[in-house]
Design a protein around this ligand. Structure first.
Ligand code: URA
Length: 424
């Protein structure tokens, strides 16, 4: 077999055989297919698409490129959640300990942010001492201690995806439903969770800009999970505006802690509770505790503290704060009609909350605090948001990103409902 045949088959709209797919993923992982050849194939897949069988084979080949974790020794059902990524999406932080407090085990492998979207590991790393890199034995010890663990995927898990994702990121081939679905699901199936709830974001701040494409991605992933024996459900949720009031690493940890303390913004609380109920149902936890009660009685907060401490973090340490702030005020009075998630995400990224290249550090304190959300009344001169950065030279480019980020009108605009649809 050779890479050129595979590329030409897909370029011309053909269907790749199981054998071709297995050979391609194996050869690429071993370094026997050049990056430029894989880049060309990824572009052909993006433009031509894949059949359901091809996506299933591609996903299986990526799982088989590495190790598969196994949690069958645990006495409680396992549940995980995966978000396709957005702006201000800190839901994993309160959700993992909350679901643990309700009776499931949550073994969650998370990622770092890239571009305008935030990453769960970057957020948690703003907690002094907290460690993302754990061995499998350490993961098990944290689960036994806290009921939940959130950490980085080791190099042995779906290594083909690790390589391919880095390549797609710099070749304009991220936004392909077959490639996104196989990338996410290969990692989640290899992670060994018994059940999975997918939070597929829709809107300007998400990979999927429309409900139709998000639904197709959700359906593809649910089928892949179900066929692999993982009970999988997907929610389509709004990402046309940021989630919550905090965007940026330490700022989002603080907001997550507010939720665990029984407060926090209404949309973050609502989505956390909804996803917790979906996870408990998918996991099939007998006699699961009601998530609302676990937030109110402090048991979710206890699980959070145990999880942070078990991963070397200090839950009582002050979170890093950026030394420079800049307030942005409304220019007129009315209702904040829209607030574009993508623009806010790009601004937070430029302030230092995200990275331009994989190896760049992030600034833990950088980001944006929102003082108004769509639907809120605003007055001229009243603050709309506060920008946080380590260096004031970051402000002008962030302000540039925000130039057309919101509209003020007489009445609220039609926004997406927080939970748009459920796909099973
Ligand atoms: N997240 C992933 O893990 N892979 C993708 O392709 C897109 C988002």
């Amino acid at each position: 077999m050779d890479a050129i045949d595979v590329i030409i088959t897909k370029r011309d709209g053909g269907e790749l055989s199981t054998e071709q797919i297995r050979w391609t993923i194996d050869a690429y992982t071993r370094g026997a297919i050049a990056e430029e050849q894989m880049s060309s194939l990824a572009m052909a897949i993006l433009l031509r698409g894949m059949t359901r069988r091809e996506i299933a084979d591609w996903t299986q080949a990526m799982i088989d490129s590495g190790e598969r974790m196994d949690w069958s020794m645990l006495e409680r059902p396992t549940a995980d959640k995966h978000s396709t990524g957005g702006v201000g999406d800190k839901i994993t932080l309160p959700l993992a300990p909350l679901v643990a407090a309700c009776g499931a085990y949550v073994p969650q492998l998370s990622g770092r942010g890239l571009g305008h979207t935030g990453g769960t590991l970057d957020k948690l790393e703003s907690i002094p001492g907290w460690r993302a890199d754990l061995t499998n034995a350490e993961m098990l010890a944290v689960i036994r201690e806290a009921g939940a663990v959130v950490c980085a995927a080791g190099g042995g898990l779906a290594p083909a995806d690790k390589k391919l994702y880095a390549l797609r990121d710099v070749t304009g081939t991220v936004e392909s439903i077959p490639l996104i679905a196989s990338s996410i699901m290969s990692k989640k199936i290899a992670e060994g969770t018994g059940s999975l709830v997918l939070d597929v974001k829709v809107g300007s701040g998400a990979f999927m800009k429309t409900t139709e494409t998000a639904r197709e991605l959700a359906r593809t992933m649910v089928e892949l999970g179900t066929d692999a024996g993982v009970r999988t459900v997907a929610l389509l949720t709004a990402m046309d505006r940021p989630l919550g009031l905090a965007v940026g690493n330490a700022l989002e940890v603080a907001e997550a802690v507010e939720v665990l303390s029984g407060g926090g913004p209404a949309d973050v609380v609502e989505l956390t509770l909804r996803l917790a109920r979906e996870m408990l149902e998918a996991a099939g936890v007998p006699g699961a505790k009601d998530p609302e009660r676990a937030l109110a009685d402090g048991s979710a907060m206890d699980a959070w503290r145990r999880m942070i401490i078990a991963q070397g973090g200090d839950p009582d340490a002050p979170l890093p704060a950026a030394p420079e702030t800049l307030e942005i005020t409304a220019g007129s009075s009315g209702v904040l009609a829209t607030l574009d998630a993508y623009a806010v995400g790009v601004a937070a990224w430029r302030l230092g909350a995200g990275r331009a290249r994989k190896e760049d550090p992030v600034s833990p304190g950088a980001g944006i605090t929102l003082h108004a959300k769509p639907g809120d009344k605003v007055e001229p001169g009243r603050p709309l948001m506060t920008l946080h950065a380590d260096d004031p030279s970051r402000f002008p480019r962030a302000q540039e990103a925000l130039r057309d980020a919101w509209t003020i009108a007489d009445a609220p605009a039609d926004l997406l409902p927080l939970v748009i649809d459920r796909v099973t």
